[in-house]
Design a protein around this ligand. Structure first.
Ligand code: SHN
Ligand code: NAI
Length: 292
């Protein structure tokens, strides 16, 4: 079946098999004690890749300003609709300083504003509950995900309290129960992180890319994952954060035999190798001089 055969309006046909569960062999589900327990009632927390995708933000006040921070941090393209008189100074500042990302429409919202097929997501942050519901209903007709600030029942998703440190993002959600407490928990969590956690993650990202270049084979996937996990466990955050490119190369030498060298050995060997390279370069330079 190709994707053209799927009609999003018609429901999928019912499964052909009468009792599909009876077809699952008993032994496949023999040890359920080790599986994580299910606690219903939560949200699905995911990291939405909204980069270069368009978001419609209606409103330009205080809440819109906080939405803009999240959207700009995620490299989204934004259409912002609000009368100029209602702009919060922070929103006005973002519009002026991010003209390549923000298209500003200086008026109240019209339903036709939703006629842009490039819109992926709709956020409203306006002090007009009637207009909010109108926008919500129209966006749902278009099957667009919506967040209406202040009206949880009109939200497909909630925002959370976010700690950011380079590539690290930690979002705290209380699932609508206590937004202020979410911010307090976020501060506590952020305060308990080791110094340089974000930088350690940057370096691990670099190391993973180097490893993939050095051992790109698909069948090495399991070995790569096991080795990377061990590096993360055996090196401290501080050690990872300070890792140089030369140290990464030394560490990667151990991959073939599945060895993870300790921090001290790697630092020392990288130092010796670097010194040798400098010496070699000096010898080469001297040779070049003599041959002239
Ligand atoms: C459901 C949700 C929908 C959504 O906005 O997506 C929602 C809804 C509502 N917020 C209200 C009030 C406040 N919201 C904040 C602050 C934040 N609110 C955020 C998220 C969410 N707020 C979502 C649930 C998230 C969760 O439960 O974890 C944060 C985390 C993220 C963000 O907005 O970016 C951000 C903190 C960011 C940070 O500082 O890190 C403060 C405190 C402050 O302003 O300092 C207050 C006043 C104190 C208080 O009430 O706690 C009211 C009542 C209005 C009224 O009573 O009239 C409603 C409506 C209702 O509950 O009915
Ligand atoms: N995290 C949350 O969910 C929170 C939600 N709120 C709620 O969010 C809403 C917005 O709050 P603030 O930003 O503080 O309000 P605000 O009064 O600062 O801003 C409202 C903005 O909406 C614009 N606006 C009003 N009607 C419009 C329309 N039809 N089309 C386009 N723009 C329009 C105004 O120009 C202004 O920019 C309020 O209902 C508030 O109660 C408040 C605090 C936290």
């Amino acid at each position: 079946m190709s994707t053209e055969d799927i009609d999003p309006v018609k429901p999928l046909p019912p499964p052909v098999v009468e009792d599909p569960i009876s077809l699952i062999p008993e032994f496949i589900d023999s040890d359920s004690s080790s599986y994580p327990p299910i606690t219903p009632g939560g949200s699905l927390i995911i990291a939405w890749q909204i980069r270069n995708k368009r978001v419609l933000l209606v409103g330009g006040g205080n809440v819109a300003a906080t939405r803009l921070v999240h959207l700009l941090n995620a490299d989204a393209l934004i259409t912002l609709i609000s009368p100029p008189s209602g702009l919060h100074p922070e929103t006005a500042h973002r519009i002026k300083t991010h003209q390549h990302s923000i298209t500003y429409i200086p008026r109240t919202f019209h339903l036709s504003d939703l006629n842009d097929p490039t819109i992926n997501l709709v956020l409203t942050a306006i002090d007009d509950p009637v207009a909010s519901t109108e926008i919500y209903t129209a966006a749902k007709k278009l099957k667009l995900p919506v967040n209406v600030a202040d009206v949880p029942p009109e939200c497909d998703f909630y925002f959370g309290s976010v700690h950011r440190d380079g590539p690290l993002q930690i979002m705290v959600s209380t699932n609508g129960n206590g937004p202020k407490l979410a911010a307090m928990v976020r501060r506590q969590v952020a305060g308990s992180l080791a110094n340089g956690t974000g930088e350690a993650i940057v370096k691990v990202g670099e190391l993973r890319r180097k490893l993939r270049n050095a051992a790109p084979a698909k069948e090495d996937g399991g070995k790569r994952m096991e080795w990377m996990s061990r590096v993360c466990e055996e090196w401290s955050f501080e050690e990872l954060a300070g890792m140089t490119g030369a140290q990464m190369d030394v560490l990667l030498r151990g991959f073939k035999e599945g060895k993870v060298e300790g921090y001290d050995e790697v630092v020392e060997l990288a130092r010796v190798l670097e010194a040798a390279t400098i010496d070699d370069a000096a010898v080469d330079a001297a040779d070049n001089q003599e041959n002239r």
